[in-house]
Design a protein around this ligand. Structure first.
Ligand code: RNT
Ligand code: ZN
Length: 422
């Protein structure tokens, strides 16, 4: 363990005492925290661009706004940027890849032809860096998704194309799981929907259910790959109808034994996902989270340490759901330094989990005894407990910069590397 600064250590010891008085074992909380992986979304590094040789633009009703310099243009650049981010984030984590980040050796390999070999570099890089990999079929930014439909398309040949893409994606997920000895979660999100009121809401949903069944037909060991499906309320250009709605996928996931993906930006603007976690986990063993931050719409802002994030973290940590809830991030901000965007969001996710793990059991016992006055007092006192000292200690003991010190490293990297990418 790296040496911890004397003042940080003193603050930590005092904090530990304060928590012990509330019945909280800080060392135990830190041990648990160090075992919760966060899956960083590769697509923050290049504004959801991918590395295909089609020269496509981002479609599917999602959008990265901003033109901050230095976005990754090649897989090697993206990996270098990720390495920088991981070096500033405490703990061992994962990388979430989209299919169009494959390496196709300058060739045009269409989505229905991708293979594990196109991800060989990612896999060996992940192994070298001790990372797990997660995966996603890319059902957007492609001519065959241009009219807004993929797996639910009325044209059978288009459906077939996307089914093949998703089948191959699962196989790539399984290959990643096998190569790394760490289960891969492959998440299916499709953009299918309509700008204006549809006359028929049924047929596309029937087709989607049928297509998904075809995608998942082949059994794959859950040790290698887990399948997840991601619902959504609306997108840009699909404001009136999204085929894969929340209810559609909730029913699908329960009946087909798939993971449901809860994306924090995919509901009504004031609707959080925290309360959904304990609800859906009554009926399925595991779920995937896309932790994001919508501002007025599904804008995918960088995750900050707000009440929504704390509520999510609390549901996981306080209930001991960390093995059943796979935590992924999903935002894309092109208006600030992209390495910083990863670092801010991931550190916040971890910090929220820490705060939740340090939550005093007295809050629960007050509730159990019906003393809601005490519950509220303790909940409010918890807001200013000295978790900052524990967080700093954790960062230092994990060998990553304490507090805002990481920013200096990102600025240096920006000067040395990112600004040369013009
Ligand atoms: C889109 C979904 C989806 C994407 C990524 C790129 O609304 O949230 O998860 O953001 O797959
Ligand atoms: Zn998402």
């Amino acid at each position: 363990m790296p040496k911890v600064n004397r003042n940080n250590h003193l603050s930590y010891e005092l904090a530990k005492e304060r928590y012990a008085a509330l019945g909280v074992d800080v060392a135990h909380a830190l041990k648990t925290l160090s075992q919760i992986p966060i899956s960083l979304h590769c697509w923050q590094g290049d504004d959801v661009g991918g590395f295909e040789n089609f020269g496509g633009t981002l479609t599917g009703g999602i959008m990265a706004t901003g033109n901050y310099p230095g976005k990754a243009r090649t897989p090697d650049e993206l990996r270098a940027d990720l390495e920088k981010a991981y070096s500033l984030i405490p703990g061992r984590h994962r990388l979430n890849l989209h299919a169009f980040y494959g390496e196709f050796g300058g060739k045009k390999v269409d989505r229905d032809a991708i293979e594990p070999k196109h991800f060989a570099n990612w896999i060996s890089w992940a192994r070298k860096n001790g990372l797990g990999l997660d995966f996603n079929p890319t059902c957007f930014s492609h001519p065959k998704s241009a009219d807004g439909f993929t797996l639910s398309h009325a044209d059978k040949s288009v459906r077939k194309f996307w089914i093949e893409h998703c089948i191959r994606s699962r196989e790539i997920g399984a290959a990643m799981g096998k190569a790394l000895g760490k289960t891969c979660v492959t998440n299916v999100w499709i953009p299918d929907g309509m700008k204006d009121t549809p006359a028929d809401r049924v047929a596309p949903r029937e087709r989607l259910a049928e297509s998904l069944d075809a995608v998942f037909k082949k059994a794959i060991s859950p040790k290698l790959n887990l399948d997840a499906v991601e619902p959504k309320l609306f997108g840009i250009g699909s404001e009136s109808y999204v085929v894969g709605s929340h209810e559609f996928y909730l029913g699908y996931a329960v009946s087909r034994k798939k993971l449901l993906t809860l994306d924090a930006g995919h509901y009504h603007p004031t609707e959080g996902i925290a309360d959904k976690i304990s609800s859906v986990l009554q009926f399925m063993p595991e779920i995937l989270l896309h932790v994001s931050r919508g501002v007025r719409w599904d804008s995918d802002h960088v995750v900050i340490l707000n009440d929504d994030l704390l509520a999510i973290a609390r549901e996981i940590a306080v209930n001991g759901f960390e093995k059943r809830v796979h935590i992924g991030l999903d935002y894309f901000d092109a208006s600030i330094n992209r390495v910083a965007a990863w670092t801010i969001g991931t550190r916040n996710m971890i910090r929220a989990l820490l705060i939740a793990l340090l939550e005093t059991p007295l809050i629960r016992s007050a509730e159990a005894s019906g003393d809601y006055t005490t519950r509220l007092v303790l909940q409010e006192e918890a807001r200013t407990l000295p978790f900052g000292a524990v967080w700093d200690y954790y960062c230092e003991s994990q060998g990553v910069p304490v507090a805002e010190a990481w920013l200096g490293e990102v600025k240096q990297y920006e000067r040395d590397v990112l600004l040369n990418r013009r």
